[in-house]
Design a protein around this ligand. Structure first.
Ligand code: SF4
Length: 126
């Protein structure tokens, strides 16, 4: 499957959907226990600076063939909010991003969901 960069997007950190998890515990578990190239927290990928961040990532995709796992809001929302940049760049969002909804989960539930989805993605791509 190649390298995977992991992004946890947390709706500014104030969204009730993320209140049940410890964001820092989760990101540390992901970066230490899962086969990701790196793991980061972004406060709001669908805001203007998030748009710029995504456009920078598109450059990395082209150069390094890096794929992205984005844990945050629903896959449909991610497709609408973030996927437009992929479309504009002539890239298919689905080919490069695994979106996962982790809202209203505890830290452990979110980690398990991420681990399981990552395993499925690896199997699909192998
Ligand atoms: S992309 Fe989704 S998770 Fe991230 S800030 Fe926007 S609505 Fe929230």
């Amino acid at each position: 499957m190649g390298k995977v960069g992991f992004i946890l997007c947390v709706c500014t950190g104030d969204c009730p959907g993320f209140a049940s998890m410890n964001v820092w515990d989760l990101i540390n578990q992901v970066r230490l226990a899962l086969p990701v190239e790196w793991a980061i927290v972004h406060p709001q990928l669908c805001e203007t600076d998030g748009d710029r961040f995504t456009k920078n990532l598109l450059e990395l995709i082209r150069q390094n063939q890096l794929k992205y796992f984005i844990a945050g809001c629903s896959p449909n929302m991610q497709r609408k909010l973030i996927g437009t940049h992929f479309k504009e760049a002539g890239l298919n969002f689905e080919d490069w991003v695994m979106p996962l909804d982790v809202r209203n989960m505890t830290t452990d539930q979110a980690f398990d969901a991420i681990e399981s989805q990552l395993e499925k993605w690896v199997k699909i791509d192998d």
